[in-house]
Design a protein around this ligand. Structure first.
Ligand SMILES: NC(=O)c1ccc[n+]([C@@H]2O[C@H](COP(=O)([O-])OP(=O)(O)OC[C@H]3O[C@@H](n4cnc5c(N)ncnc54)[C@H](O)[C@@H]3O)[C@@H](O)[C@H]2O)c1
Length: 372
C-alpha cells in the first residue's frame, strides 16, 4: 500500500508536469508540504521588485499554488501579509512568499501598505471580507462564489458601487474562450447558442467543508463556474430575457452532485451542464465543452485543445500548459486596460446560481429565471 502511494505520487508529478509544466507542479507540491518547506522558491523572480502591497485572506491550496504563484511569477514577492483562521496555513504561505502573518483580517485589510486584497477563504466568508475591503477602498479580488445567499449578494452589490472588484471565475479568461468569442460576436443578427459542458469533477468527501450547509452546496462551490461561463457566452451574443431551468440529479440522497442542469432561453438558446464525480480523477478536474452558434462549431478538450470550424475556416490549437484562464483572472486587478470582467455579468450568473441552489434544496426540478 505504502509503495503504491509513492508510485502514484511519482506518476502524478510526471503527469501534472506534462499538463501544467514543472514550475506550477512544484508549487502545487510546495503548497501541500508547507510544514516541510521545499528548498527552492519557484517561480524564481529575483529581478522583479514591485511594492509589497497585496493581502491574502484564506491561505489554503488555491491561495498558495495558484493565486500567489501567478502574482510572484508576474511581479515577484509582492505579498505584504496574509491571514487565515488556521495560522499554520498563513505561516506556511508567508514563509514561501516572504510576507507577514496577521492574526486578524481587519488589521490586515486596514493596513496602509495594502492596496490589493485577495480573498480565497471558505465560501460563506467571501462577501463579508470583500465588503470590509471595499469599504476601506482597497482593490478587491474575490474567489468564486462571490456570495452564497441573496442577502449577501445584495449587500455586496451595494458595497461594490463605484469601487474596484474582480472575481475569480477564470474560464472566460482562457485562451480557448477568448479565441471562440469573436466568432460569436461577429454575427450581426442574434442567433441561438447551443452549449454543452461535461465535467468530471473532484470527488468531494461528505465531511469536506464545501459540503457544509452554510457554504452553499456544490452548485455554489463548483457548478457556478459553468453557469458563469454560460452567462458570459450568452452576453457575447446578447442576453435573453429569461431562462427555463431544469435540474436532474441521479440520486435523491445527493442532489447537488452527479447531476444535469439544462437552461433554455426565450431566444431558443439551449445549454446543458453535467457534473459527474463518481471517483476522484487522477489528473484532477477534466471538462469537455462543445458549442454551436450560427456557422461556428467549437470543441474545447479540457483547455488543452481547441478546434473551431467556421464555414471553410478551421482552427486547431494545443495548449501545452493546460490554460483554464487562472493567470489572466488573477491578474485582473493589475490589468485595468486589458482583460477585465464585467461585474454585472457575474451578478447575473450568481443570481442564477443562488436560484438553482434554492431549487435543489426545496426539491424543485424546474423554474423560470428572469434576467433583468
Ligand atoms: N477558480 C478556481 O478554479 C478555484 C479552484 C479551487 C479553489 N477555488 C476557490 O478558492 C477558495 C479556497 O479554496 P481551496 O481549494 O484553497 O480550499 P482550502 O480548504 O485549501 O483553503 C481554504 C482556506 O480558508 C481558510 N479559512 C476557513 N475559514 C476562514 C475564515 N473565516 N477566514 C479566513 N480563512 C478561513 C482555511 O483555513 C483554509 O486555509 C474557495 O473559494 C474555492 O472555491 C477556486
Amino acid at each position: 500500500m505504502e509503495q503504491n502511494t509513492k508510485f502514484n505520487f511519482k506518476k502524478k508529478v510526471v503527469r501534472y508536469s506534462k499538463i501544467y509544466g514543472f514550475g506550477r507542479t512544484y508549487v502545487k507540491i510546495a503548497g501541500r508540504l508547507r510544514k516541510n518547506p521545499l528548498p527552492i522558491r519557484f517561480p524564481i523572480s529575483i529581478l522583479k521588485k514591485k511594492k509589497k502591497n497585496v493581502a491574502i485572506i484564506g491561505c489554503g491550496q488555491f491561495a498558495f499554488a495558484t493565486i500567489s504563484y501567478f502574482l510572484k511569477h508576474k511581479f515577484g514577492d509582492i505579498i505584504f501579509g496574509a491571514f487565515d483562521v488556521n495560522e499554520s496555513h498563513s505561516k506556511g504561505l508567508v514563509k514561501y512568499y516572504k510576507g507577514k502573518v496577521f492574526t486578524d483580517a481587519e488589521s490586515l485589510i486596514k493596513n496602509s501598505n495594502v492596496s490589493y486584497v485577495y480573498i480565497a477563504s471558505n465560501h460563506a466568508t467571501h462577501t463579508d471580507y470583500a465588503i470590509k475591503a471595499l469599504n476601506e477602498n482597497k482593490i478587491v479580488y474575490v474567489e468564486k462564489p462571490i456570495s452564497v445567499t441573496k442577502n449577501q449578494l445584495n449587500d455586496l452589490i451595494l458595497a461594490a458601487k463605484g469601487k474596484q472588484i474582480f472575481v475569480g471565475y477564470n474560464r472566460p479568461f482562457s485562451p480557448a474562450i477568448q479565441t471562440i468569442k469573436p466568432f460569436l460576436e461577429q454575427v450581426k443578427k442574434r442567433k441561438p447558442l447551443s452549449l454543452n459542458c461535461f465535467i468530471t469533477g473532484h470527488k468531494i468527501p461528505k465531511d469536506h467543508w464545501y459540503r457544509n450547509f452554510d457554504e452553499g452546496t456544490r452548485v455554489c462551490g463548483n457548478i457556478g463556474h459553468w453557469l458563469d461561463l454560460s452567462i458570459h457566452l450568452l452576453a457575447a451574443i446578447g442576453l435573453p430575457s429569461y431562462l427555463t431551468v431544469s435540474i436532474h440529479a441521479s440520486s435523491k440522497k445527493e442532489k447537488d452532485d452527479n447531476l444535469n442542469i439544462t437552461l433554455v432561453s426565450d431566444r431558443e438558446d439551449i445549454i446543458s451542464i453535467m457534473l459527474s464525480s463518481r471517483e476522484e480523477p487522477f489528473e484532477g478536474i477534466n471538462e469537455t465543452i462543445n458549442l454551436q452558434h450560427a456557422h461556428t462549431i467549437a470543441k474545447i478538450d479540457d483547455f488543452r485543445r481547441l478546434t473551431i470550424w467556421n464555414r471553410e475556416t478551421l482552427i486547431k490549437k494545443r495548449y501545452f500548459r493546460k490554460d483554464a484562464g487562472h493567470k489572466n483572472a488573477i491578474l485582473q486587478p493589475f490589468n485595468k486596460k486589458g482583460m477585465v470582467r464585467n461585474f454585472d455579468e457575474v451578478i447575473v450568473s450568481t443570481q442564477l446560481m443562488l436560484e438553482i441552489t434554492e431549487a435543489i434544496r426545496s426539491d424543485r426540478n424546474e423554474f423560470v429565471f428572469n434576467i433583468n
